[in-house]
Design a protein around this ligand. Structure first.
Ligand code: ASP
Length: 439
């Protein structure tokens, strides 16, 4: 068996966290390819090394003396090296970083050093080979990730390497310029490595014991999801649930590799399995609930809209021309509603309204701002009867008015629109009816 194991920043924030990671890796000889993040926060008041690097680089770029700020970053690494009792020096690396900062090597280069240096320490600590991602993970001139070339080169590079450390978060353009993924991108590297070596499992180690059914800031101690499909996760992530970087799904999904989210601080916990498909019955009808605020509804009315062919196209064309993507489009006989992100819509509001009047000649347009959308997601909903009814009953119980409802054709999700002020209560009611009352 081959496992890729990615460790997040909080799992590698200090020497004692490194030791936990070492124990986890040594406990299973299949854990052969290790993808580390940069050191994260050691406590809630601490700063992530990645953030220190961005700030130090900005300071350097503005022409300031950045020696002290860089020394603080060096001290973070030295503390880990000393705590692990390693005979390793990063002096040469920091001298190169200083030179490159002076040469204005770019903020991607700066941020990437967080993972790069942590990878050097990790490889030394484990006695694994160090692989520089700049040589095996590629981006094109425009900065787009080159999946096929990377898969080929990385696969060939690792073919005869029994055990290796591949730092997360970055690669390079073909001219050698360092390029990072977006924030949290070490998850993506883990997924890319898993695909390249045809891993059996991609273990993603973090500081929670898996994905939670609902946001813990809204629900006290929500239950963990034991198994979730890629499609369900995509629905939940889109609506704001954050466990894994969204782009980390695609490489492993393509290769049919399951992801296991695990907790470095509680390695015995089963965590969450993210899989292509499963016949495992979920313990609850719903797998998860997620939601977002800041939506706006544009309600358009026109007598006999139902018989006017092309009305919908004209309305949507206006949104397209203004570069606004729409989220949902519930409709009635003579009405149609377009739901959009408020912040995206606000600056173009009057252009859009004028455009709709000109192209589609409606009788009236009304707008409602400050809406929240809640996604109730679950593969178990397809078989269950009365799920929507139970959601309505739960919300009615708390006097919450449902502004919109949309059930995806896959029957995998039901989206509900409510006033922003009802958002938290609505999620609590839905959680209670589907999870609490089942136990
Ligand atoms: N260190 C990077 C960040 O803070 C990437 C990662 O941790 O995945 O975003």
């Amino acid at each position: 068996m081959k496992k890729v194991v990615k460790f997040g920043g909080s799992s590698l924030a200090s020497a004692s966290q490194f030791q936990k990671v070492g124990d986890i890796i040594h406990a299973d000889e299949d854990r052969r390819y290790v993808v580390p993040s940069a050191p994260g926060k050691r406590n809630s008041k601490d700063t992530k090394v990645t953030d220190m690097l961005y700030a130090t680089y900005a300071y350097a770029e503005a022409g300031n003396d950045f020696t002290k700020a860089l020394a603080q970053i060096e001290a973070r690494y030295q503390e880990i090296i000393d705590g692990l009792g390693l005979n390793l020096s990063l002096k040469k690396e920091f001298a190169a970083i200083t030179e490159n900062f002076k040469k204005k090597a770019g903020s991607d280069y700066a941020a990437s050093r967080g993972e790069y240096l942590n990878g050097i320490i990790m490889a030394d600590y484990l006695g694994y080979e160090f692989i520089n991602p700049a040589e095996v993970i590629f981006f094109d001139e425009e900065g787009n990730f080159m999946a096929d070339k990377t898969n080929e080169v990385l696969g060939a590079r690792l073919e005869n390497v029994e055990r290796a450390v591949i730092p997360g978060f970055f690669g390079a353009k073909e001219d050698g310029t360092i390029k990072t993924f977006s924030r949290g991108g070490s998850d993506i590297t883990g997924s890319i490595v898993a695909r390249a070596i045809k891993a059996d499992i991609y273990e993603n180690w973090t500081d929670v014991s898996g994905c939670l059914i609902a946001d813990p800031r809204i629900i006290k101690n929500p239950k963990t999801i034991s198994t979730i499909t890629y499609r369900e996760l995509r629905e939940l992530s889109y609506m704001g649930a954050s466990v894994l970087h969204e782009d980390a799904i695609f490489p492993v999904r393509r290769a049919g590799i399951p992801i296991n989210i695990k907790n470095t601080n509680a390695p015995k916990d089963a965590g969450t399995w993210i899989v292509e498909s499963t016949c495992q019955k979920p313990p609850y009808i719903i797998t998860g609930i997620a939601g977002k605020k800041n939506f706006c509804a544009i309600n358009i009315e026109k007598a006999m809209m139902n018989s006017e062919i092309g009305f919908g196209r004209k309305v949507l064309q206006v949104f397209e021309e203004n570069g606004i993507s729409f989220e949902h489009m519930p409709s009635g006989i003579d009405t149609m509603t377009i739901i959009v992100h408020q912040s995206e819509f606000e600056e173009k509001e009057q252009q859009v309204l004028a455009g709709i009047h000109k192209l589609a000649e409606p009788d009236s347009i009304e707008m409602e701002a400050d809406l929240a959308l809640i996604a109730v997601v679950g593969r178990g909903m397809r078989q269950a009867k009365g799920t929507a009814g139970r959601i309505f009953a739960a919300l009615a119980h708390s006097n919450i008015n449902i502004k919109m409802i949309d059930q995806g054709s896959s029957e995998l999700n039901i989206i509900i629109g409510v006033k922003e002020s009802d958002f938290e209560t609505a999620i609590q009611e839905i959680y209670t009816i589907f999870v609490d009352t089942v136990d």
